[in-house]
Design a protein around this ligand. Structure first.
Ligand SMILES: [Fe+2]
Length: 124
């Protein structure tokens, strides 16, 4: 059964240090280096979530999006059962900014859109 309140806006853990089971299942996990070199490709691994989310026809992750701040870098549509909600995206950052906020959104068909962010440092 869909929880309608979760479809209003973007969900984040209320207390990141003390997540509920629902928050652990839905908050994306972003794995990438803390510091990257400008112009050099690096991998951003995204997993939903820190404990496995159901992956059935009736309850699954529909898509994952990777942003740098407000700029969409990539979107991956997912199919339940056959595809796990884990993606790896190769990113190249320019040298214009010293820091960047990677932002990931994911959508669960029953529990709405969830966000995670990670700050990275860019060196020349
Ligand atoms: Fe869900």
């Amino acid at each position: 059964m869909a929880e309608k309140s979760l479809f209003c806006g973007i969900n984040r853990p209320a207390d990141p240090a003390n997540k509920t089971e629902l928050e652990k299942k839905h908050t994306p996990v972003i794995e990438c280096p803390d510091t990257v070199k400008a112009g050099e490709p690096f991998q951003v691994k995204i997993k939903v979530g820190e404990i496995p989310h159901p992956n059935e026809e009736g309850h699954h992750i529909q898509w994952v999006e990777l942003y740098s701040g407000q700029n969409l870098y990539a979107r991956v549509d997912l199919t339940p059962v056959f595809v796990q909600p884990e993606v790896t995206i190769t990113v190249v950052k320019g040298g214009k900014h010293r820091t960047s906020t990677l932002r990931v959104l994911e959508r669960c068909n029953l529990h709405g859109t969830w966000e995670a962010t990670k700050e990275i440092t860019i060196t020349e």
